[in-house]
Design a protein around this ligand. Structure first.
Ligand SMILES: C[S@@+](CC[C@H](N)C(=O)[O-])C[C@H]1O[C@@H](n2cnc3c(N)ncnc32)[C@H](O)[C@@H]1O
Length: 214
């Protein structure tokens, strides 16, 4: 049984999918954020050899899958939203490997991928759904899971950050001290982490390895 939550419904709308990239990544600030996130992806993938099969969950409109393919990986994109997958296929000129699927119950066998990456999803998920997604990534990836979080408690800094940068405060918080426990409870060991841009953006990519037999 998978959980319903806003991020699962919201992106099912054609208009939201059609406007996704323009609404987030147009203009100088959007371009910079996209560039930083793609740089973060590549830092987190260091050590995974070119040619590896990588799950991009959720693929959205495909920006990370396209970056992975450009770096020599074989990206497979999965998303619960048909409209997002349609935009992703169009932007890839029909050359993308895409499938509809729910991150909480992935339609892949154990170890089907060498790595799985997850950008801009976990922050939207309530704890149970977030852990379901992590467990599924740990199951389908043999060597590496990359999970992006915004690991902070609600604080004055968060409010200033929201007001100055007009960034939405995440609905679901995980405190930094609780993260390793969360990873381990989902069968993942923390190897290292990378900040998106230290002191400016809170996003951090956690580079994890599936614990054998967990
Ligand atoms: C903010 S977008 C992020 C897309 C992409 N990772 C990126 O960084 O641009 C969130 C995506 O998560 C998808 N999504 C939400 N819940 C999901 C679930 N349980 N399984 C798979 N995809 C899901 C939505 O359909 C949407 O495409």
């Amino acid at each position: 049984m998978t959980d319903p939550y806003e991020a699962k419904r919201h992106y099912q709308q054609e208009a939201v999918a059609g406007d996704y990239d323009r609404a987030r990544f147009a203009g100088l600030r959007g371009w910079l954020v996209n560039w930083l996130e793609q740089r973060l992806l590549m830092k987190a993938m260091a050590g995974v050899p070119a040619g590896a099969k990588v799950l991009d969950l959720p693929v959205g409109t495909g920006r990370m899958a396209r970056r992975l393919n450009a770096a020599g990986y074989r990206a497979v994109g999965t998303d619960v939203s048909e409209p997002m997958l349609k935009v992703s296929a169009e932007l890839a000129g029909g050359r993308a490997d895409l499938a509809r699927g729910d991150g909480e119950a992935l339609p892949y066998r154990a170890g089907a991928f060498q790595a799985a990456v997850c950008f801009r999803l976990l922050v939207h998920l309530p704890e149970r759904a977030r852990k379901n997604v992590l467990r599924e990534m740990a199951r389908v990836a043999s060597d590496r899971v990359v999970a992006v979080y915004q690991p902070h408690r609600l604080s004055l800094w968060w409010l200033v950050y929201g007001l100055l940068l007009r960034r939405k405060l995440p609905l679901h918080f995980v405190a930094p001290g609780d993260l390793e426990r969360e990873f381990e409870s989902c069968g993942l060991r923390l190897l290292r982490s990378h900040a998106l841009l230290r002191g400016v953006f809170m996003e951090r990519a956690y580079v994890l390895e599936p614990i054998a037999g967990a």
